[in-house]
Design a protein around this ligand. Structure first.
Ligand SMILES: Cc1cc2nc3c(=O)[nH]c(=O)nc-3n(C[C@H](O)[C@H](O)[C@H](O)COP(=O)(O)OP(=O)(O)OC[C@H]3O[C@@H](n4cnc5c(N)ncnc54)[C@H](O)[C@@H]3O)c2cc1C
Length: 378
């Protein structure tokens, strides 16, 4: 990390603003676009209609707080999806700001599994590397929560943070993730991401062959139990508040999954380890790890506020490129895709970034042609 990058990183962590961006022009300036783009500096990488000197680009760390900054793209959410989008866009020589509230979904987990080449890495380490990579290409990180987004009178958006700071951008990528709504059973929150687990692809291997439980009371719980059976031959399903159908029962029994009926009172924890599940009738069933399928709630407030179309189940409607119904607004990762793992969210961020850059190129070309025709007439 360069000294300058370190300063930015620290400022981002403390919520300080750290650089004023010059107003972004969509004009193509051939001379500047041919400059080389040294990593660890975005100087000379931007294409400005008004030729910029090397010194006035991305070099205003000492500026006091300011109220408005303008970028090609604002990314809301700095998890795997948002950072991946920002990396691709900053390497495409776009000015990018990532505003992040700093609460990625998997932060309670000690390890991140299943990410090729990063399997077992602490989730925070992946994001720290990602932030450094984004900054090394001139991407800007802003710590904070976006409160609202307004569409401008022309193309573009005004992103307003809870602390009142504002960022304007030509395009917007929403990568705000989702919330896991857990059943209200004593002990669940305390054990979340430790021995109370949701995703067997994330944690199943680590508890393979153990005494596993699966809690009902949430949608598709029986399907979850049938899935978890892949990781252990000792699985017990607790329907909790659910009533099993004859088909459910037949499938569970056929797969060798035990069924213990009756409402669950709490998780039994001893010496900071899960020991079992206690039912309201007093029965305790020994288990060393329990799976539950939370209700997944996408963080769509900003999208709803902008008027993006939402489907009947509460998820934003997007096309194959991640584009919403509102021109200029894209979505990546868990905010639109409940199935996205970290690697998938990162992939979607990359793919959305490429679509956004193509959209910007289209606008740049249109404006360059209009400018060139205007110049020919005069
Ligand atoms: C306990 C647990 C363990 C997991 N383990 C694994 C695993 O081992 N492997 C795996 O592949 N997947 C795992 N996952 C899934 C993984 O968390 C997601 O796939 C991944 O986090 C999705 O990335 P994302 O960028 O879409 O969202 P997130 O990582 O959730 O990032 C969204 C970011 O947006 C920010 N944000 C939200 N709203 C705003 C706002 N208004 N303004 C500014 N910022 C905002 C949030 O603070 C957050 O930093 C796990 C999930 C959980 C719950």
């Amino acid at each position: 990390m360069t000294g300058k990058t370190q300063v930015r990183h620290l400022k981002a962590q403390t919520g300080a603003r750290f650089s004023r961006r010059p107003t972004v022009s969509i004009g193509i300036h051939v001379e500047s676009s041919m400059r080389t783009c040294p990593r660890n500096s975005n100087r000379g990488c931007r294409r400005d209609a008004v030729p910029a000197t090397l010194n006035d680009m991305n070099d205003n760390d000492s500026d006091p707080d300011i109220d408005s900054e303008e970028y090609d793209v604002a990314v809301v959410g700095g998890g795997a999806a948002g950072l991946s989008a920002a990396l691709v866009l900053s390497r495409a020589r776009r000015t990018v700001a990532v505003v992040d509230a700093g609460a990625p979904r998997n932060s309670p987990a000690a390890h991140m599994q299943g990410f090729l080449s990063r399997d077992g890495m602490p989730p925070g380490d992946l994001l720290a590397v990602g932030r450094d990579e984004v900054q090394s290409y001139g991407g800007h990180l802003i710590a904070g929560t976006v409160a609202t987004v307004e569409r401008g009178t022309g193309p573009g958006f005004r992103v307003i943070l809870a602390n009142g700071h504002q960022v304007t951008a030509r395009r917007l990528i929403i990568a705000t993730g989702l919330r896991d709504d857990l059943p209200d059973i004593p002990g669940i929150r305390e054990r979340w991401a430790r021995d109370l687990l949701h995703c067997p692809y994330c944690h199943g291997y680590e508890v393979r062959d153990q005494q596993l439980g699966v809690l009902g009371g949430t949608p598709d719980a029986v399907q979850h139990a049938l899935l978890v059976r892949q990781w252990s031959s000792d699985v017990i399903f607790f329907p909790h508040t659910d009533t099993l159908t004859a088909d459910d029962r037949e499938q569970l029994i056929a797969c060798g999954i035990g069924i213990v009926e009756g409402p669950v009172a709490r998780l039994v924890v001893d010496d900071d380890h899960l020991r079992g599940i206690k039912l309201v009738n007093g029965t305790i069933v020994d288990r060393t790890a329990v799976f539950v399928r939370p209700r997944l709630i996408p963080n769509t407030d900003l999208l709803v506020g902008m008027g993006c179309a939402i489907d009947d189940t509460g998820w934003v409607k997007v096309d194959q490129s991640g584009r919403t119904s509102v021109p200029g607004v894209w979505v990546a990762g868990n905010a639109a895709n409940p199935r996205a793992q970290v690697i998938t969210a990162a992939g979607e961020g990359s793919s959305v970034a490429i679509a956004v850059n193509a959209d910007l190129v289209g606008q740049d070309v249109q404006q360059a042609v209009a400018a060139s025709r205007g110049g020919a007439l005069s």
